[in-house]
Design a protein. Sequence first.
Length: 119
Amino acid sequence: MSSPDHPCPGHRDPHAFMFMNPRVRDGVVVHGRRSVLKTSLAGLGGLTLPALMKLKAEGKVTKGNKAVILLWMTGGPSQIDTWDPKPDRPREIRGPFKTIPTKLPGTHICEYLPKQAAM
């Protein structure tokens, strides 16, 4: 059966569990880089929480913006067709639409975004 020093107690074959889950090596769960980064950044963010709570309690937190514009464009047009049209590039690279100037001098966006151009 299994021995106390066996990597997967309760399993007869030490490699049976490894084939089911490639992230397990010798009985140890191996996390990917993204998982490690997420966990590390969450920990670092948690370290700042006491200082932020103290500032809030002392009334030193300044009120910032109360709104944000989030453009969640799953399956939407690409940046070349909207905000980065590259009108001076060859036909194969640039977007298919014309550009219009924005309120910011020297910046152009797609002709189908006139309200954003006015901002």
